[in-house]
Ligand binder design. Structure first.
Ligand SMILES: NC(=O)c1ccc[n+]([C@@H]2O[C@H](COP(=O)([O-])OP(=O)(O)OC[C@H]3O[C@@H](n4cnc5c(N)ncnc54)[C@H](OP(=O)(O)O)[C@@H]3O)[C@@H](O)[C@H]2O)c1
Length: 260
């Protein structure tokens, strides 16, 4: 019997989520796997049950559909065995902003931000009551790169970063660990699904390397984990510059440069 908390992973049917499932199963955690493609989830679950002996449940659900998402929210709210949420399901969109359809933009925001926040909302009160639990949110380095030209995707991932940092501030003192993971280009299906030109892909990290690095950050209880960033001092300096501005935000008079 597993002595570790069970892990609910969204977007577990491929890529980063599937790799998290593999790694947590090998660490002895029971799993609850969520994605739309129930067939792929079941194949993965069978394979991991055989290899590791952990218990794995599968919830086929489209997180953009409120009725299906509610099944996942209910499970997170009511199942005390789940002690880790990996908010990984997400998508990207090819093309420049002026070519992107507004309904598709709304759907992307619903998956990358609304669903992620709703699942965290479902589980947070129970974690706070228990005084423990972990929420892992998969963001992206694109959240720090308006120059990448993926404005809506990057904005959804900026939401993920801020949301994670805010939750860490609010829930950390209550015993909850919140991690934002910021991958850069990683070899998964996301590129093909988004309709990206295969000839124009950036250099890609292997998905196993990405998740193994993210788990090193998880074990260290890092708030923000950026596997491709070799110089950790750069993030520290960036965050220190942000923090240095905070006292100035309390000024009641506009800055000198705005006075005519
Ligand atoms: N790969 C990269 O370069 C990269 C870089 C930075 C950040 N990320 C982030 O990493 C996360 C995982 O992406 P990935 O690269 O592993 O891509 P992926 O291989 O395309 O996996 C996406 C996962 O999300 C699931 N999903 C998509 N739409 C869904 C929906 N409406 N409801 C439920 N599940 C849904 C997919 O399964 P179904 O189709 O079965 O639903 C799949 O399991 C995303 O949040 C992505 O933004 C990726």
């Amino acid at each position: 019997m597993a002595t570790q908390p069970a892990v609910l992973i969204t977007g577990a049917s491929s890529g980063i989520g599937m790799t998290y499932a593999d790694r947590f199963a090998r660490r002895g955690h029971d799993l609850v796997l969520v994605a739309r493609d129930g067939f792929r989830l079941e194949i993965l679950a069978q394979h991991l049950r055989q290899e590791t002996g952990v218990t794995i449940d599968v919830i086929p659900a489209d997180l953009m559909k409120s009725g299906e998402r509610a099944l996942v929210e209910t499970r997170l709210r009511d199942d005390p065995r789940i002690g880790i949420l990996v908010n990984n399901a997400g998508a990207a969109m090819a093309g420049g902003y002026e070519t992107q359809d507004a309904d598709a933009v709304e759907r992307l925001m619903a998956l990358n931000t609304t669903a992620l926040a709703r699942l965290a909302s479902a589980v947070a009160p129970r974690f706070v009551k228990a005084g423990e639990g972990a929420i892992v949110n998969i963001g992206s380095v694109v959240s720090l790169m308006p120059e990448f030209g993926q404005t809506v995707y990057g904005a959804t991932k900026a939401f993920v970063l801020f949301f994670s940092q805010g939750l860490a501030f609010e829930l950390g003192p209550k015993g909850i660990y919140v991690q934002a993971v910021l991958p850069a280009g990683t070899r998964t299906e996301i590129w093909e699904r988004a309709g990206a030109d295969p000839a124009a892909l950036p250099p890609l990290m292997e998905v196993g390397d990405l998740v193994d690095a993210a788990l090193v950050g998880f074990d260290r209880r890092e708030a923000v984990t950026i596997p491709p960033l070799h110089d950790a001092a750069q993030w520290d300096a960036f965050d220190a510059a942000r923090r240095a501005m905070l006292p100035g935000f309390g000024a009641v008079l506009p800055a000198e440069r705005y006075r005519s």
